[in-house]
Design a protein around this ligand. Sequence first.
Ligand SMILES: *Cc1c(COP(=O)(O)O)cnc(C)c1O
Length: 239
Amino acid sequence: MAENSKQINKEQLIKRYQEVKNKIIESAQKSGRSLENIKLIGVGKNHSIEKINFVRKLGLEGCGESRVQELLDKEEQQPREIDWHFIGHLQRNKVKYLARLNNCKMIHSLDSLRLAKEINKRARKNQRNMSVLVQINIAEDKSKYGFKTKEIHELMPKLDKLNRLNIKGLMTILPYFDDPEKARPYFKELRQIKDNLNKAGYDKLTELSMGMTADYEVAVEEGATYLRIGRGLFGERYS
Ligand SMILES: *Cc1c(COP(=O)(O)O)cnc(C)c1O
């Protein structure tokens, strides 16, 4: 059943939000982490702007979308109010639309050098810098984009030359596991790659975008700084 975009179940959204927040707090305590380093991105794909806005105001760090057109449609309904995080595979011919939006705060899904060059070019045209995360296909999942782990150390000096890019950290999208514990080794590995890059002198890479509805508690324990949560906050996507 398609939802009527104007009728949102506020109680249910509050309940979901509190549940997610409480679990984040618990996992942070368990692992001795400070909450201020754990930022919650609400992934509102297929959900209405009313719903997204309601949850955003409960306390989100930003809103995530995985399709450019959907992000632009929502931006048009709420100009310049939302901090957008782009999290899906980005085609080079769509970069220009994101570069124009100063409130597009982060591209989590930098998955090729050609894309990096295009973002750099469009950022310069718009007289800005763009913050990006390097996507690593840590589980070597054939259906997912991203660099291979072994490519990263060769890639970094090339990215460093693109002076309109602020490389803030790493991101990964894991396959769905029935048991979140199965995600843990991959989260650990992403963190390890970041630590190694930091030791190699890339000390501005501080962010780890990892953890979705199925596994965010484990992600917090393993050092996630951005959680990308969709269903856990907004409910099923009806798709
Ligand atoms: C949809 C999506 C999410 C959120 O997934 P949920 O399982 O709904 O939490 C996170 N990251 C990316 C890249 C996505 O496309």
